[in-house]
Write a protein that binds this ligand. Structure first.
Ligand code: ADP
Ligand code: AMP
Length: 215
């Protein structure tokens, strides 16, 4: 299946994306991770993207769509994929519709109050992109990635001021996609305020029954 993950920053999209991809054997395509990789490598595209990311703004559609289009052409995306963080506005949804058929949109619903609590405590591994939380999911050794032993960092856009801007951007540009995909009868809503495992159980129920009705 070709799946889209939708929800506010901090809803737990990356956390659930990992679990979904492991369980169903499909690749995760994270727009944010792809852009951060370009930025870390200081490519012209990455330098351009970073100027928007640090301000909590959406990177222009032409940049993001090019990155996503290229990734979707990889061999591992032929038998389904999970898009995390793309599309993020109506124009990108239009672009995506031209590129691929979308079977289902998982909307991870969470109040911005709870999302803020999650973003403020998020710690990320700059090497393998693993994600932790200071209180909700701390690593075994404080400040160190369990997987690759790299020192964890706070993402440069997880500062209070930028978070506020990202929420504004989300409400203005991304939230209209909920109605868009509801009208297209593709939207399935998940209560993202539960624990990681409870949230994943809801997602599994949705995806398993969608697969059964597709069979
Ligand atoms: P997103 O990709 O939507 O921005 P993340 O998956 O990075 O969100 O999660 C944001 C933060 O919240 C991370 O620090 C993560 O460890 C934590 N987190 C994710 N899911 C949950 C959950 N169900 N309950 C509590 N904390 C969570
Ligand atoms: P994320 O890792 O999903 O939290 O995304 C981090 C940042 O990358 C966002 O705040 C945007 O600046 C940028 N970004 C990610 N996905 C997109 C997208 N689909 N369109 C535009 N910008 C994006």
């Amino acid at each position: 299946m070709n799946i889209v993950l939708l929800g506010p920053p901090g809803a737990g999209k990356g956390t659930q994306a990992e679990k979904i991809c492991q369980h169903y054997g499909i690749p995760r395509i994270s727009a944010g991770d792809l852009l951060r990789k370009e930025a870390a490598e200081k490519t012209p595209l990455g330098n351009d993207a970073r100027t928007y990311m640090v301000k909590g703004l959406l990177v222009p559609n032409r940049i993001v769509s090019a990155v996503i289009d290229q990734r979707l052409n990889d061999e591992d995306c032929k038998r389904g994929f999970l898009l995390d963080g793309f599309p993020r506005n109506i124009d990108q949804a239009g672009e995506l519709e031209k590129l691929r058929r979308i079977d289902l949109v998982l909307y991870m619903e969470l109040s911005l109050e709870k999302a803020l609590e999650r973003l403020e405590g998020r710690m990320s591994c700059p090497n393998c992109e693993a994600v932790y939380h200071l209180h909700f999911d701390p690593p075994g050794k404080e400040g160190v990635c369990d997987r690759c032993k790299e020192n964890l960092v706070q993402r440069e856009d997880d500062k209070q001021e930028t978070i506020t801007k990202r929420f504004e951007t989300y409400e203005k540009e991304t939230l209209p996609l909920v109605e868009h995909y509801k009208s297209a009868k593709l939207l399935r809503t998940v209560d993202a305020g539960r624990s990681v495992e409870e949230t994943f159980a809801q997602i599994r129920d949705i995806l398993d029954s969608a697969q059964e009705s597709n069979a």
